[in-house]
Design a protein around this ligand. Structure first.
Ligand SMILES: C[C@](O)(CO)[C@H](O)COP(=O)(O)OP(=O)(O)OC[C@H]1O[C@@H](n2ccc(N)nc2=O)[C@H](O)[C@@H]1O
Ligand SMILES: Nc1ncnc2c1ncn2[C@@H]1O[C@H](COP(=O)(O)OP(=O)(O)OP(=O)(O)O)[C@@H](O)[C@H]1O
Length: 289
């Protein structure tokens, strides 16, 4: 029997870094939310004790470098599973885009194998395991909307954001998260106020949410890739209420509550970017199979 699991992308409504830790990671405070642009993961049990990765995408590695492979390996080792699995990844989320595509695939594999191998591992334990694969994986295990602290792996659920449209635009470049964090100068940071964003979500206040978005990695990526700023400017011109780069970039998102305006932003951006999407926020935690 095959198991199918949805792996949605995330955007960072707020991304703040507090300091660089002794282990090289940055202590962060982030508000993250999932959107309905998703990869689909299909798991097929194998009698042989092996992990096979397959994908039609030319941008993802089909070996142990794939985060989905690492998730399966982790489950097998931790729970002494002697069976194998074939993991098919139907890629919809742009790669190296700041949308946590690889992390979400890994999280979907953890959730899917939990069902396929009937392990009954609680979600909190899967999320804790996911942190060993990457800082965004714990959030992706839960999906929904959350405050993420630590290096990103400590997750507290938040209310769904007020209903709105999200236009995503990804310039034709990939960005390495490591490079961006390494180029961040902590002394120069203009910190966003995470508590204003969490209050906006608790109050269901769209204007306050728009006013409190912020990402300290944005100036770093923009300096290396000026097209991020150009896309931001275009999104504003076409009428987005708030515009921000997601994660380490380079994808930019724009918010609006009007469908016609979302369409206008989308049409306008198509002239500058090949990869543009109109999506909705998924809101709170939802079953993803
Ligand atoms: C930029 C974000 O996507 C925002 O959600 C995340 O902070 C990054 O999450 P991720 O891609 O899962 O990142 P990881 O695979 O854990 O780390 C990649 C690299 O980014 C840097 N990194 C990551 C997370 C963090 N809190 N501090 C860091 O300095 C480290 O150099 C690390 O080697
Ligand atoms: N399943 C996967 N999907 C996409 N990329 C993967 C996957 N597994 C490994 N990778 C590798 O991970 C790198 C980052 O890809 P990914 O799409 O996850 O970046 P990202 O969206 O910027 O992540 P984040 O927002 O978590 O920093 C790519 O260089 C890619 O080769």
């Amino acid at each position: 029997m095959r198991f199918s699991e949805k792996a949605p992308a995330k955007i960072n409504l707020v991304l703040d870094t507090l300091y660089k830790r002794a282990d090289g990671y940055h202590e962060v405070e982030m508000v993250m939310t999932t959107v309905d642009l998703a990869d689909r993961i299909e798991l097929t049990p194998l009698r042989e004790d092996e992990i096979i990765i397959a994908s039609e995408s030319h941008f993802v590695p089909c070996d142990e470098r794939n985060l989905a492979y690492q998730a399966a390996q982790l489950m097998k080792n931790k729970y002494h599973i002697r069976e194998g699995v074939e993991i098919f990844i139907e890629k919809q989320i742009p790669v190296a885009a700041g949308l946590a595509g690889g992390s979400s695939d890994a999280a979907a594999v953890l959730r899917g194998l939990n069902k396929m191998w009937e392990l009954n591992i609680p979600l909190d334990e899967l999320a804790a395991m996911g942190a060993a694969i990457g800082s965004d994986v714990s959030f992706c295990v839960y999906s929904g909307t959350a405050l993420a602290t630590g290096r990103g792996e400590k997750i507290q659920a938040l209310p769904s954001p007020p209903a709105c449209w999200v236009v995503l635009a990804k310039p034709a470049i990939g960005v390495s998260t490591k490079t961006i964090y390494q180029s961040l100068n902590i002394e120069e940071i203009n910190h966003p106020d995470v508590s204003v964003m969490t209050a906006a979500l608790h109050n269901g206040d769209y204007e306050q949410m728009c006013a409190s978005i912020g990402n300290v990695l944005e100036p770093v990526t923009t300096k290396l890739h000026p097209e991020v700023e150009q896309i931001k400017e275009h999104m504003k011109e076409f009428g987005a209420d708030a515009v921000l780069m997601s994660g380490s970039g380079p994808t930019v998102f724009g918010l609006t509550q009007q469908e016609t305006r979302a369409q206008r932003i989308y049409n306008g951006l198509r002239g500058y970017c090949d990869e543009v999407y109109i999506v909705r926020m998924l809101g709170s935690r939802t079953p993803l199979d």
